[in-house]
Design a protein around this ligand. Structure first.
Ligand code: M6R
Length: 590
C-alpha cells in the first residue's frame, strides 16, 4: 500500500518521479505528491489520480521524492498527501508503512514546539529529522529512526543537501542503479523504464545516495548488497494496446504457464523437494486469491499424496498459530510483501516449520524469510486483481504435488503431458472470449450473484466470486453447492444469478441435482462446463464452455473463463477495473 519513489541523477526529477509513480498507482491511488530539491523545496500535493508533469510546475531539479497514497491514518486530502515536511519546509519525506508510536512522538514534538499540518503518522518523521538536524541529513535520519516503532520504507531529502537518505524496515524498498543516476522505489516495475539493475534492500538498511554513488548501512556498519539484473522489461509494465492491464495479463497466461512449467519440468519434474523430507503435515498460509490457490492445492496435494494439508488465511493463523509434528509451511504470495503472510511465515518458523514460499517477485521479503523459494514466472502483474499469477501459482502447486506423489511413473508422465497442453487450452478460451463477453453483458445488470461448486469446484467458485466483487462491485458469494440448502437458498430468486462450476468428476451428478434445485428457485444459472458436455445445456440458462482437461486441472481453465467473465461484467458496468476502489495491490499493513 502506498508507493514511494526517489530520484537522484541528471534527468528532470519531476518527469522521472511522475512516470514512476504512475506505475506504482496500483499500490494506492487516493492522493499523490512530489517534492523537488534545488536549493529549496518545490512541493506539489493533489487528491485523486496522478496528473501529467506538464500540468504542474514542480521545479526543474534533478533530485526529488514522490508518493502515491492509500490512506491509513487520515482521509485522502492534500494536507494528508505525502511528501510531508518539517516546520521550515526544508526536509521532505515520503513513507510507506505505519509508525505505530506516532501519537506519543507527535505529542512530544508538539510540546517541543513543532507544528503539524496533517493527520498522518508519517509527519513525525520529518519533524524528528528536523529535531536532530545539525548539518547532515544522513546523521539526522540515523538518529530519527531510533525513535520509530512499526514498519517503514521512507525516503528523506533536505533542500540544501544533494543527497537522498532512505530506510527500510518491514516495508518494501528497492534501489535501482543506473549510469550516474539512482532510483529508490517500492518495487521494480516503477523504474523498469530507466534501469533493470536492482539492489533488494533488507530490513534495517539505510541507503545514502549522492552523485558519487551509494552507500548502504545496517546496524551502523557499511554493508555490501549485490546488484541483481531483473529479467523484466518496460513492455511488461505497459498496457501495449489493451484497454486494461487485467485483460492484457489474462492474455499473457498461456506464456506464463509455459514459462513457469519450463522452470520445473522438462521431460520429467526437476524440482528438488528435499525441503519436504519426513513431513507429517502441510500448512498453506496466504491471503485473497493466493489463499484460493492454496485451497486448490489442498485438493490436489491430498488427492495425489495423502499428506494432510491445512489452508489458513495468514491473518487468522497469526492469532492461533498452532502446529504439531514436523510441518512444512507453504506461503503463497504473488508480491512477496503481504504483511499478514510475512508475519504468518515468521510464526510458522517459530513453531519449527520449514517454510517454503511460492512467489513472483525476486528478492521480495517472503524470499528472505523462507527457507526455500519456488518462483512463479508471471512477470509483473499491474492490475490489482490477480489473474495470471493465480494460474502460475496453481502450476507450481501441481508440479509440487506430482513430485511428492507416489504414483506409477507412467501416470505421472501422463499428467505432465496433460499439464503441457494447458497453454493451448487457455489460448482456446481466449480465442472464444467474445462468447463470454455476451454472457457478461447480460449479468452486468445484477447486484448479487452466487458462485457454487463442489469438491475442487468449490475453491474455483470462491475465486470466481472474489474476482467479480473486486472489480465489478457486484456482491458475489462463493459457496459449496451442497451448502445452499442450509441457508443461502433464502437469497436465491430471479434477481440473483448463480454461476456454477461443473466438473466432470465424481461430483458431476450431484452438482446437476443442485443446479436443478437452484432453477426451481427461479435463479438464472450460468454453468462453466466442458465443451463436450451436452447434458448441462438442458438444465441451465447459459453455458461458458471450456476445453476438456483432466478434472484435476479444471481450476485452471475454469478460472481463466471466470476471470474473463468478471472483466467484461466490470467493463460493461463502466468500472475502473485495474484499480478498484479502496483496494491496493500489495497489502503491506496487517
Ligand atoms: O501478493 P499476495 O498474493 O500476497 O496478495 C494477496 C491478496 O492481497 C491478493 O491476492 C488479492 O486478494 C487480489 N487483489 C485478488 O485479486
Amino acid at each position: 500500500m502506498c508507493g514511494i519513489v526517489g530520484y537522484l541523477g541528471f534527468r528532470r526529477a519531476d518527469e522521472v518521479i511522475i512516470s514512476s509513480l504512475k506505475r506504482l498507482e496500483y499500490r494506492g491511488y487516493d492522493s499523490w505528491g512530489v517534492a523537488i530539491g534545488n536549493g529549496k523545496l518545490s512541493l506539489v500535493k493533489k487528491v485523486g489520480a496522478i496528473g501529467d508533469v506538464e500540468e504542474y510546475s514542480i521545479g526543474d531539479g534533478t533530485l526529488g521524492v514522490g508518493h502515491t497514497r492509500w490512506a491509513t491514518h487520515g482521509k485522502p486530502s492534500e494536507s494528508n498527501a505525502h511528501p510531508h515536511t518539517d516546520c521550515k519546509n526544508n526536509i521532505a519525506v515520503v513513507h510507506n508503512g505505519i509508525i505505530s508510536n506516532f501519537q506519543m512522538l507527535k505529542e512530544k514534538l508538539i510540546e517541543e514546539g513543532h507544528e503539524f499540518k496533517s493527520e498522518t503518522d508519517t509527519e513525525v518523521i520529518p519533524h524528528l529529522i528536523e529535531k536532530y538536524y545539525k548539518n547532515s541529513i544522513e546523521d539526522a535520519v540515523i538518529n530519527c529512526i531510533v525513535n520509530l516503532r512499526g514498519s517503514y520504507a521512507f525516503v528523506a531529502m533536505c533542500a540544501n543537501e544533494r543527497k537522498l537518505v532512505a530506510c527500510r524496515y518491514k516495508s518494501p524498498l528497492i534501489l535501482g542503479v543506473g549510469d550516474k543516476e539512482f532510483f529508490l522505489a517500492s518495487d521494480v516495475t516503477a523504474i523498469l523504464e530507466y534501469t533493470s539493475r536492482i539492489v533488494y534492500l533488507q530490513d534495517g538498511d539505510i541507503v545514502i545516495l549522492t552523485d558519487d554513488g551509494f552507500k548502504i548501512l545496517n546496524d551502523c556498519v557499511e554493508v555490501d548488497r549485490q546488484i541483481e539484473l531483473v529479467p523484466w522489461g518496460i513492455k511488461d509494465a505497459k498496457k501495449s494496446g489493451y484497454d486494461h492491464f487485467m485483460i492484457k495479463e489474462i492474455h499473457e497466461t498461456p506464456k506464463v504457464v509455459e514459462d513457469t512449467l519450463s522452470e520445473y519440468v522438462s521431460d520429467e519434474i526437476e524440482l528438488d523437494v528435499s525441503f519436504a523430507a519426513g513431513i507429517s503435515e502441510i500448512l498453506i498460509i496466504a491471503c485473497g486469491t493466493s489463499y484460493h490457490a492454496g485451497l486448490i492445492g489442498k485438493y490436489v496435494i491430498e488427492g495425489l499424496t495423502g499428506i494432510p494439508v491445512r489452508v489458513e488465511y495468514a491473518s487468522e493463523f497469526n492469532y492461533h498459530p498452532l502446529l504439531v509434528g514436523r510441518p512444512l509451511a507453504i506461503a503463497i504470495t504473488q508480491s512477496g510483501e503481504t504483511a499478514d503472510t510475512l508475519e504468518a511465515m515468521k510464526k510458522a518458523k517459530k513453531f519449527g516449520a520449514r517454510v517454503v514460499t511460492i512467489t513472483n517477485v525476486l528478492g521480495s521479503t517472503a524470499t528472505r524469510i523462507a527457507d526455500h523459494t519456488l518462483y512463479i514466472r508471471a512477470g509483473p502483474e499491474i492490475c490489482v486483481a490477480a489473474t495470471k499469477s493465480f494460474i502460475a501459482q496453481l502450476i507450481v502447486l501441481y508440479v509440487l504435488a506430482l513430485k511428492l506423489a507416489n504414483l506409477p511413473r507412467h501416470e505421472i508422465n501422463e499428467l505432465i503431458l496433460e499439464l503441457k497442453l494447458i497453454p493451448e487450452r487457455i489460448q482456446r478460451i481466449l480465442d472464444a472470449k467474445d462468447e463470454i463477453e455476451k454472457i457478461a453483458k447480460r449479468l452486468a445488470k445484477f447486484e448479487n450473484m452466487m458462485y457454487v461448486g463442489r469438491g475442487i469446484g468449490y475453491p474455483i467458485a470462491l475465486e470466481g466470486a472474489l474476482k467479480m466483487k473486486e472489480i465489478s462491485y457486484i456482491h458475489a458469494e462463493g459457496y459449496p453447492a451442497g451448502e445452499l440448502k442450509h441457508g443461502p437458498f433464502a437469497l436465491l430468486g430471479e434477481k440473483t444469478p448463480v454461476i456454477a462450476s461443473v466438473i466432470e468428476d465424481p461430483t458431476y451428478e450431484i452438482m446437476l441435482n443442485n443446479i436443478k434445485e437452484v432453477k426451481a428457485r427461479d435463479s438464472i444459472v450460468v454453468a462453466i462446463a466442458n465443451e463436450d458436455d451436452k447434458e448441462i445445456d438442458k438444465y441451465v440458462d447459459w453455458v461458458v464452455k471450456v476445453p476438456k482437461t483432466n478434472p484435476m486441472f479444471s481450476p485452471i481453465t475454469q478460472s481463466v473463463a471466470l476471470q474473463i467473465l468478471a472483466y467484461y461484467t466490470a467493463k460493461e458496468r463502466g468500472c475502473e477495473i485495474d484499480k478498484p476502489r479502496h483496494l491496493a495491490k500489495s497489502v503491506t499493513v496487517e
